[in-house]
Design a protein around this ligand. Structure first.
Ligand SMILES: C[S@@+](CC[C@H](N)C(=O)[O-])C[C@H]1O[C@@H](n2cnc3c(N)ncnc32)[C@H](O)[C@@H]1O
Length: 415
């Protein structure tokens, strides 16, 4: 299919190979929203973050990628570390085939000011029109240059027929042929991307925002143990490489350079997967309720204990490490709990965020009018109405709303 072999597109990127100068910096104010969105969709994952995460799956199952076709959609293979990682490790992982696709420059926000790389310009298959309007596909499945090893030097590329939109028939057909889908999808399309993978019933490892956990597309998968958090980087924020000319938010106070490249830290980022890893099978060490009241390091728990919600038949546990080991009923915990969630230890029965909760947990059909009235009388802010699924409780007699909770219960309590 690919008559023109190319050499080392990933290992030896040619310059200029990054999205162009003049990126968000030159954007007029009225375009700032679009630029922000564009910039968040153009964050590139660092090699060591990919390696660390993949190692966790390999540690659990050394053959996890063996004889598998891996698809990396939403990539820019010329500078993608996903492509680099899987091409470099093709033989060690025992891959059958690697396919990596990119999105056409014309389909990306125009603020990015993209130009073809020297590598593409010098390739025999370079096409003046297609370079802007078509995506690209890189494949690796054989020793093209006869050096007896399959690696980045054997990658072949051509233009896609379309623009590489993951939702197109062309990329969907590649999805259907793949065994595992791995990428950092555009943040703005996370929900759609997740549904796209799930409808094909594929294995996947993808990056997304933690807030995505309670989306209606995501939460049922988490609850049914059909998707879980990956093994690394949870709750620490992740640094992504950014395009040239990237303009930092005025409030940004983290590192701006790593390994000689401009980076931006994104908080609340996590890997999501349905491939098993060891960490999710490690139970969380916990104290009993009495011991928490005596010894908890949290002033909200020590000497106080746990309150019940007004509208849910559950107790509020504001800190994952304060989950009592001996509570028989349902407990509301912050979403960060999911980083410590072991399906052998706990059962998830819902979330307060959008009403995705099993009926037996509900005391009332949402917040009561009486509670909402008490909340505003006590000086509460925000827009709450009777019937909302938000968890509410009286803390020392004052009505308070509790931010996004996940409801869990022990599979087996320990005294
Ligand atoms: C967050 S970046 C990550 C890139 C790469 N996966 C990485 O981690 O280094 C997402 C990429 O998806 C591209 N993209 C945006 N919308 C897309 C779509 N509808 N279909 C395919 N790719 C898309 C963006 O242009 C961007 O290159």
């Amino acid at each position: 299919m690919y008559s023109q072999p190319v050499t080392s597109p990933v290992r030896k990127p040619l310059t200029p190979f990054r999205p162009g100068v003049g990126y968000a910096g030159s954007v007029a104010n009225d375009n700032l929203g679009a630029a922000r969105k564009a910039k968040n969709d153009e964050f590139y994952t660092q090699f060591h973050d990919i390696e660390k995460e993949m190692n966790a799956y390999l540690e659990y199952n050394p053959d996890v990628f063996r004889n598998k076709t891996v698809l990396l959609p939403c990539d820019d293979p010329e500078w993608s570390n996903f492509t680099k990682y899987f091409a470099q490790n093709f033989e060690t992982l025992g891959l059958k085939k690697l396919v990596s696709t990119s999105y056409a420059p014309n389909s990306k926000p125009k603020e990015l000011d993209l130009h073809p790389t020297l590598f593409e310009l010098e390739s025999p298959q370079y096409d003046e029109t297609k370079t802007a309007s078509n995506g690209k596909i890189y494949t690796l499945d054989r020793d093209l240059n006869g050096d007896n090893i399959i690696n980045v030097d054997d990658l072949e590329w051509q233009y896609l027929d379309g623009d590489g939109d993951f939702r197109s028939d062309e990329i969907t057909a590649l999805r259907d042929q793949a065994d595992i889908i791995i990428t950092n999808p555009p943040f703005s399309l996370f929900r759609e991307f997740l549904s796209w993978i799930v409808e094909a019933d594929k294995q996947f490892v993808i990056i997304g925002n933690m807030n995505g956990i309670t989306y209606k597309e995501a939460f049922p998968l988490i609850q049914q143990n059909r998707m879980w958090l990956g093994a690394t980087n949870f709750n620490t924020g992740m640094y992504f490489t950014v395009p040239d000319g990237f303009v930092y938010a005025s409030t940004y106070k983290f590192e701006r350079q790593q390994n000689g490249k401009a980076v931006n830290r994104v908080p609340g980022i996590a890997w999501f997967s349905n491939i098993d890893h060891g960490r999710r099978h490690q139970p969380l060490p916990l104290m009993t309720k009495a011991d928490n009241i005596k010894f908890s390091k949290h002033k909200e728990v020590k000497g106080i204990g746990y309150q019940s919600y007004d509208n849910y038949d559950a107790i509020e546990v504001s800190f994952t490490d304060a989950i009592p080991s001996d509570h028989e009923g349902v407990m509301g915990v912050p979403i960060t709990f999911l980083d410590k969630y072991s399906p052998e230890q706990f059962e998830i029965v819902g979330t307060s965020d959008n009403g995705l909760v099993e009926d037996f947990v509900k005391k009332t059909p949402g917040l009561t009018q009486e509670f909402v009235d008490a909340y505003y009388k006590d000086g509460g802010k925000g827009a709450y109405q009777a019937g909302n699924p938000t968890a509410g409780l009286y803390r020392f007699g004052v009505a308070v709303m509790v931010y996004k909770r996940i409801f869990i219960r022990h599979r087996k309590t320990t005294k």
